[in-house]
Design a protein around this ligand. Structure first.
Ligand SMILES: Nc1ncnc2c1ncn2[C@@H]1O[C@H](COP(=O)(O)OP(=O)(O)O)[C@@H](O)[C@H]1O
Ligand SMILES: [Mg+2]
Length: 336
């Protein structure tokens, strides 16, 4: 890559990734099965990349390789220009801060005997951030950003709904100011209305902070709403990728077409109308606050204060057309 192109370097660059699991065998006769094969994609700063495919297609394994929880058998993963293979056995604290994960089951990663606020303060403590009082302040701010109140800080996981717990998981991830969050089926267990609240929250947070998402899901309806670009995994291979709107409008691969046809949520009755209604409400709220000379740019009560100084958030569909705030630069030929 020539020096004048460094500003267009993707945040995450996965090239020809192979990941294999050991399935049986002993020290002299290892048997492995390759579950991710030659996968290449990149994610720019501020961008959401959707990784879709059926159960068992290798989506989580790809995420685990990026998190350094699964061994890379071939190819490279570069984060901000650094090949992860050069990082050594122990993942540096800075990488563990930069790349966070949010999973399907937030309760599974929360201590049932601790107040949920402690999940956030403990994360800060692990990363050596602030003193006790400062960490508590940060936790309070993080909870506010995800639409939770101070009162929620001292709840136990068993006292919260699935959507609230997922907000806690998002607060815990975002408080570390990561650059990439891997959302692995992060909304898959939620009912439809909670799902769309969490998706809108993630999009608001992205707008405010410029974080990137790798959004892993089997639900095409979800990525359609969320992702700037997407890739389709089938049996460990990325068979198609492109701009979300282009893939939905004109899928190139037969398998993608069958996935689209099989996904009730990618074009259910009334979804377009509901989306149009939602956008109209947001536009109305934004215009109302502009008209009143107010500074609140977003209709969302959860939008961080940083959003208030930026212009009203573009409607979702427009935003997806325009891509992330940073202009996207054409990739060199032959690159995924
Ligand atoms: N720890 C493991 N050991 C062996 N095989 C695994 C392991 N984890 C996942 N697999 C296999 O790897 C394939 C891909 O799994 P996964 O990445 O979890 O798929 P997805 O997230 O798309 O459902 C599946 O066939 C699965 O059974
Ligand atoms: Mg999975």
């Amino acid at each position: 890559m020539s020096p004048d192109r460094t500003d267009s370097r993707p945040l995450l660059d996965v090239r020809d990734l192979d990941v294999a699991y050991e399935v049986s065998g002993s020290s002299w006769r290892r048997t492995t099965t390759t579950v991710v094969k030659g996968v290449s994609f990149h994610i720019d700063a501020g961008e959401t990349y959707g990784l879709v495919g059926e159960s068992g297609s290798g989506k989580s394994t790809t995420g685990r390789a990026i998190l350094r929880l699964a061994e890379v058998a071939g190819g490279t993963i570069e984060f901000d220009g650094t090949d992860l293979a050069t990082l050594g056995e122990r993942t540096p604290l800075s990488y563990r801060r930069d790349v966070q994960a949010v999973y399907q089951d937030p309760a599974g990663s929360l201590n049932p005997r601790h107040h949920v606020g402690r999940a956030v303060t403990d994360a800060l403590k692990r990363h050596g951030t602030g003193d006790r009082a400062e960490r508590q302040d940060r936790a309070r701010e993080a909870f506010a950003q995800v639409g939770l109140t101070d009162a929620h800080l001292s709840r136990f996981p068993s006292e919260m709904s699935g959507g609230q717990l997922q907000r806690v998981a998002i607060a815990r991830a975002l408080v570390l100011e990561p650059r990439l969050v891997i959302c692995d089926e992060a909304v898959s267990a939620l009912d439809l209305s909670t799902q769309s609240q969490i998706i809108n929250l993630l999009m608001d947070l992205q707008q405010a902070s410029g974080v990137s998402y790798l959004f892993i899901t089997h639900d095409l309806g979800v990525v359609r709403h969320m992702a700037h670009r997407l890739g389709v995994l089938r049996k460990g291979e990325l068979i198609e990728q492109g701009d979300t709107s282009a893939v939905f409008a004109d899928p190139q691969h037969e398998y993608t077409r069958s996935l689209l046809a099989a996904s009730p949520s990618s074009h259910p009755e009334g979804r377009e109308q509901r989306r149009a209604d939602r956008l109209a409400r947001r536009r109305g709220a934004a215009q109302a606050s502009e008209g009143a000379g107010g500074t609140a740019a977003s209709a969302s009560p959860t939008a961080p204060a940083a959003a208030a100084s930026s212009p009203a958030r573009p409607a979702t569909a427009d935003m997806r057309q325009a891509g992330p705030t940073r202009p996207m630069v054409a990739r060199p030929e032959g690159r995924a």
